[in-house]
Design a protein around this ligand. Sequence first.
Ligand code: NDP
Length: 389
Amino acid sequence: MDVHASVKRIAIYGSTGSIGRQALEVITAHSDQFSVEVLTANTNDDLLIEQALHFKPNMVVIGDDTKYSKVKDALSSTDIKVFAGEKALEEVAAMDCYDLMLAAIVGYAGFKPTINAINAGKAIALANKETLVVAGDIVMRTAVEKRVPIIPVDSEHSAIFQCLVGEMRNPIEKVLLTASGGPFLGKKTNFLVNVKREHALQHPNWNMGAKISVDSATLMNKGLEMIEAKWLFNLKPEQIQVLIHPQSIIHSMVQFQDGSIKAQMGLPDMKLPIQYALAFPKRIPNDFPRCDFRKINTLTFEDPDLRTFRNLSLAMEALDKGGNLPCIMNAANEIAVYAFLRNRIGFLDMTDVIEKTMEKVSFIAQPSLEQYYESDGEARSYAADMIDL
Ligand code: NDP
């Protein structure tokens, strides 16, 4: 018997990021069940080298090709293959050496490797929500054609996915997508106008990468998640309700047609949904801290403040209209967040950039993949010109 037969071979796209690093912790704790075959980074060559020397993958890819020689030299005494550049990220995604991709690159940059992996028949543990926001119809259609499972890593979607196990034949009435509310919950526009990068990066419950932290502060993250939920669970916009739940204990809920509601709960720790996605359909033991309800004692819920956090309204508009609008919104948001993180624009300016770009770039009801790429490019350059980036 092949003792390695049950070892899942994992490619971690974005291994130097917050999700990527936590995934490596999960794998370290379960090295009998998972092996690391591919690691990728963009700019963090030092960490990629350190990870590669430790986990000894089959190959590594560094997105920024100016860093190729440094990585190659550092790994020259090993037989780890080293590649560099955007094209290599896409090509390696289609290679035979792994079973499951953890898609944990941030933003649109994660789209092409992920779609290539799906086309190559690889299972996907999806953290990169932007992939579904950009072209969810094409991604899900391709996954069905290739019989590829897409297992969500986002904690809310993992929660919904877990609530649906065993419910294949039971239609969903609606999903309740919970949101912590971010660091500015309860604040109004007169406060937000002065908010700086450092404030926006202080999330009360989760420790995440910079882009998603800003998205959480503006509530754009919840908007992206609504679109993600639509595609993952085949929902109509009116079946997705956002509920602010500051304690982040209920990660989301599903209401069925008999009015019964299932919730998935736990402490806010991304290692949990990461492990679930890697190990699915199994649940494997771990020693993460457990939730003690006697210490929590209150769980509260409220509607989001759409007048203050207008990014969420814009995302709802994109969700309703569909077509290339979510793709345009996503591109403008990436540019706006990039500019905000570099102190080039203020917190509320991000909404203006997104709104104007959504008005400006032509709407296409049923875009081809090529048209999605074009819409992304057009939206990025319009948004960047507006900010003078
Ligand atoms: P981080 O910013 O921490 O990490 C991003 C990763 O992507 C890094 O490995 C980075 O490489 C790599 N990367 C960035 N740009 C490029 C590029 N142009 N080409 C190739 N690789 C690139 O992000 P997170 O880990 O926080 O988030 C990753 C994804 O997971 C996002 O889509 C996010 O929305 C989603 N997610 C994250 C959660 C979290 O708790 N962090 C929760 C739920 C979803 P390098 O650092 O080497 O430059």
